[in-house]
Design a protein around this ligand. Structure first.
Ligand code: GUN
Ligand code: ZN
Length: 334
């Protein structure tokens, strides 16, 4: 899922998202609640209409952003008191309020309000956050009445395998269509994340989508799919694009580098995106170095297309009974 935190994928327009075959985008409850406000979006006819996007949208609950962005005043079982990172205004979000806000936004998939612990949190802290996440899950489900929106629970448990298993087992009865796996890719080594995914894997039901939240890079997508993950979201692709870095079938290309000054070849010969069909590395390098916004636009389109194509190739490999390891060799040079 391309990330459109504020109801816009940075530097990419909705028609361009359709062109690269983005099937769903993510938006953030925390940001849209603070600005322009969920009531305003509701009165505009909901998020799809407000942003002119007719395909699915998933909203993250804010249960992560509130910890990473806001100035937290107090977390209790009732909810989270915080001040806005924008203007310092004070707010109180409960699981019920989070569902109300996401109902107003009107995304197709909404996420439970959760408590995500940072990497390095001790066992006691991780148990407390996991149990609070489970209590909040029950409140979210009891409060959620809109049948047009699927509510995904979120598995927590930090890096503790037994907690992950408890969280998964307690969470699954609430997973109607799919569930999120949170609290990973928060600074732990990749190997640690893979070990946790390996450990949980035998316990996933076959018929529920598994969404690894906040991941990731091309290698993490492959390693994640290898461990049974279906859905991902990450700002990485568009963030590094605006900085002048591209994912390609030959590895990462930092177009700013002087080696590309007179390189009139395509960014990636294997890519079918608008950028690769029409522009050279030399021109893209010039745009990025000159600070032209079209540089960020063209690289963002390319990076998103790269990830969408990578996921498509993996889906096809699975359907055709090929191994993902052979695909890894074919599609990505790390
Ligand atoms: N995005 C990345 N990780 C998380 C998480 O643990 N919880 C939520 N709500 N969103 C996330
Ligand atoms: Zn491309």
């Amino acid at each position: 899922m391309p990330v459109g935190t504020q109801g816009a994928v940075k530097a990419v327009l909705q028609n361009q998202l359709e062109e690269i075959d983005a099937k769903i985008i993510l938006a953030n409850t925390y940001h849209l609640f603070l600005r322009p406000g969920d009531e305003l979006i509701k009165s505009a006819g909901g998020l799809h209409k407000f942003i002119n996007w007719n395909r699915p949208i998933l909203t993250d609950s804010g249960g992560f952003q509130v910890y990473s962005l806001a100035d937290i005043r107090k977390i209790t079982d009732e909810g989270v008191h915080f001040s806005s990172h924008l203007d310092g205004s004070k707010h109180f979000i409960t699981p019920e309020r989070c569902i109300d806000i996401q109902n107003n936004l009107g995304a197709d998939i909404i996420m439970q309000f959760d408590e995500c612990t940072p990497y390095g949190a001790d066992l006691e802290q991780s148990i407390s956050a996991m149990n609070r996440t489970l209590r909040w899950l029950d409140r979210c489900f009891k409060h959620h009445k809109n049948e047009n929106q699927i509510l995904f629970p979120i598995v927590q448990g930090n890096v503790f395998k037994d907690l992950r298993l408890t969280s998964l087992k307690e969470t699954l009865p609430y997973a109607k269509c799919g569930f999120g796996i949170g609290g990973l890719s928060v600074g732990e080594p990749k190997k640690t994340m893979y070990e946790i995914l390996d450990f949980m894997y035998p316990n996933y039901p076959a018929d529920k989508a598994r969404y690894l939240m906040g991941v990731g890079s091309p290698d993490c997508l492959i390693e994640g799919v290898y461990r049974g993950i279906d859905m991902f979201d990450c700002v990485l692709a568009t963030r590094i694009a605006r900085n002048g870095t591209a994912f390609t079938s030959k590895g990462k290309v930092v177009v700013k580098n002087s080696v590309y000054k007179e390189d009139f070849s395509k960014l990636d010969d294997e890519c079918d995106c608008y950028t690769c069909k029409n522009y050279t590395k030399s021109y893209l390098r010039h745009l990025i170095n000159a600070g032209e916004i079209s540089g960020g636009i063209l690289l963002s389109i390319h990076n998103l297309r790269y990830l969408i194509k990578l996921m498509k190739n993996m889906r096809e490999a699975i359907i055709n009974g090929e191994t993902l390891r052979s695909l890894e060799r074919n599609f990505i040079k790390l």
